[in-house]
Design a binder for this molecule. Sequence first.
Ligand code: HMG
Ligand code: MG
Length: 304
Amino acid sequence: MQEPYRMEGLPQRVTVYEVGPRDGLQNESAVIPVEVKAEFVARLAAAGHRVIEATSFVHPKWVPQLADAAELLTSMERVPGVRYPVLVPNERGLDRALEHGVTEIAIFGSATETFAAKNLNRTLDSQFEMFAPVVARALEHGLKVRAYVSMCFGDPWEGPTPIAQVVETGRRLLDLGCYELSLGDTIGVGTPGHVSALIEAFGGPDRLAVHFHDTYGQALANTLAALRAGVSVVDASTGGIGGCPYAESATGNLATEDLVWMLHGLGVETGLNLDALVETSTWLAARLGRPSPSRVVQALSPRK
Ligand code: HMG
Ligand code: MG
């Protein structure tokens, strides 16, 4: 249906880091049975995803939506060649992840003081004391460790986040031994020039990924800015579901289908089957009891 038109300076291929089962489902009010989650993950792999963030080993009272993390990992199919990272904040979370055969984790830091308190019950500085032993032990066990840094562009309580503060926090997270840092626009307030400036302040795209929430409709434009700056790993959530329960005004992530439509239109390879993704989102929307917010899903879904 699409004829690709390439633009200068874009990567040949982009890795879509799918966060729907974690960032998407952590924010749903409906209780989703673990069988539905397992089927969701299986459908994503069948649609061509090679990285699927499956769940979180956070405190179950903090995020009850993902309290079934252990059950999910026990019951879901793991397709060879597909990576299934999980979120882990602390050593207790790491112990639980290791018990369930996890081979890849993601820690999640905050670039601001207020969000560190609200999301992690830590100060900006003391979050590193929590993460350091997690990363050290995970590496000893041969795990791959990714890091997120949240509130990179602005914070609902503190306003715009100074770029230098994001770079310092992000560097400290990377220096713990993480292979990649995902720059989180948790509340979706960033704009493309800000994205370019932030990547430049990091000294270029090396080891950077991007994670945009679409609250202000900027996620695709911001992604294009990141791609032009050399980033080639983009987080997205099937159907555009998602948000953070500890950040008011955080709505869904960049929808995977919207991203894939743009990338394939630009002739950038993803390995993903857009029809299968749309079908998965339509299937999931019926289980969540609300339509997918993705524009591409709405455009391509069969009309009733
Ligand atoms: P805390 O209350 O400070 O924990 O929470 P603690 O270390 O004081 O421990 C208290 C009790 O909880 C202890 O039990 C621990 O064993 C237990 P007790 O001894 O009292 O019986 N406990 C746990 N149990 C199970 N699993 C665990 C665990 N940890 C402690 N992992 C904590 C600190 C970090 C645990 C808490 O703040 C938490 O779970 N926060 C997670 C919040 C969260 O998941 N937010 C959403 C994900 S972040 C996000 O969405 C942003 C992102 O998408 C990027 C972006 O958009 O920017 C990644
Ligand atoms: Mg997020």
